[in-house]
Write a protein of this length. Structure first.
Length: 338
């Protein structure tokens, strides 16, 4: 169904909705809460839980078949691209280092292949880890160079790379991520805002809105998760992501989503047109609630938690008069050919 430029598109990281991460469990939950899009990260299609990057051709075919059955499309490949060290230096973390030329030829190429296999134009990624405890600004130039090469690789494959703001990375806040976007200056690079990923670093609600404004010129889509307020003493410190325990739905936290969505409303028509020129169907709000817990490489909400998170977001969208669509009876009739 065609949506106007004043609509957002709702999606979710489907693995968050499933306790066992089976494809059937994920897709049942997505369809039941009314979503038409999902982002693909971890999934089990019969041979154990795998990251999307590790799926075989036969497993991809099984997932595609189930997508058709459940009426789903992939919003983005939620890849781990960029969650590796910039330099080969021991720093007390378990983060891996991969020589960049090899990384570009193997991992980035595989992410592009997965995007084509699942017929999406978007790959979610990250801005690389500097050594723990060192200033991210020191490594900005190297991160810009590598991200620029990733953006170009995506561009050659007619894809767009979305850089998510997250703790401990070079682009750990909106100002740094905006600077990366400005320096890379590539049409295939956009930014992915996430309020909770800033909250856990000690940003206040007002500071998060300022970070949102910094990212707006490069915005591609938005991850929706929220967190209870943490103290400002966390600012500038390494965040132990596996110890984070206070994720909440978007209407319960300190992320200021109502104000952010109200601001997004004004830029929707222009941003939607810009994305559609790259073959992207619109502006995604991608739910990643973590309401049962989250860590460095994922989280879980369960089917009930995902339902709560979707209703929370829809309540805020209704309050801010931002248009969206959930499946209704007319969609069911269309699926039945009526």
């Amino acid at each position: 169904m065609s949506r106007s430029s004043s609509h957002v598109l709702l999606s979710a990281l489907a693995d968050e909705s499933a306790f066992d991460l089976t494809a059937v469990e994920q897709f049942t939950a997505m369809a039941a809460v009314g979503l038409e899009y999902y982002s693909l990260r971890f999934i089990d299609v019969g041979k154990g839980i795998k990251n999307v990057m590790d799926l075989t051709k036969s497993e991809i075919q099984k997932v595609r078949h189930l997508e058709d059955k459940y009426g789903l499309n992939v919003a983005s490949i939620a890849s781990p691209i960029g969650k590796v060290k910039l330099i080969d230096k021991r720093d007390g973390t378990k983060n891996q280092y991969v020589p960049f030329k090899k990384y570009l030829q193997k991992d980035v190429a595989k992410a592009c292949d997965r995007a084509h296999a699942f017929e999406t134009k978007l790959i979610r990624g990250f801005s690389f880890y500097p050594p723990k405890g060192e200033s991210p600004e020191v490594y900005l130039e190297q991160a810009v160079d590598q991200i620029g090469q990733i953006a170009e690789a995506c561009h050659r494959s007619d894809l767009t790379f979305g850089l998510e703001v997250e703790a401990n990375l070079v682009g750990q806040n909106g100002d740094l991520l905006a600077e990366i976007h400005r320096r890379v200056n590539h049409p295939a690079l956009v930014l992915v805002f996430d309020a909770a990923n800033l909250l856990v670093q000690g940003f206040s609600t007002q500071q998060i809105f300022n970070q949102w404004k910094a990212m707006k010129p490069g915005l591609g889509w938005v991850h929706i998760k929220d967190y209870r307020k943490v103290t400002s003493s966390m600012r500038g410190k390494h965040v132990d992501e596996d110890m984070l325990a206070y994720f909440v739905p978007a209407d319960c936290g300190a992320g200021g989503h109502e104000k952010i969505l109200q601001d997004l409303k004004g830029m929707l028509p222009g941003l939607t047109r810009r994305l559609k020129r790259r073959g992207i169907p619109g502006v995604f709000l991608d739910l990643e609630p973590h309401v049962r817990g989250g860590g460095q490489f994922g989280g879980t909400s369960g089917p009930d938690g995902m339902g709560i998170a979707v209703r929370s977001l829809c309540g805020l969208l209704d309050k801010t008069s931002v248009k969206y669509h959930l499946r209704d009876f007319s969609d069911l009739l269309a699926a039945r050919g009526m």
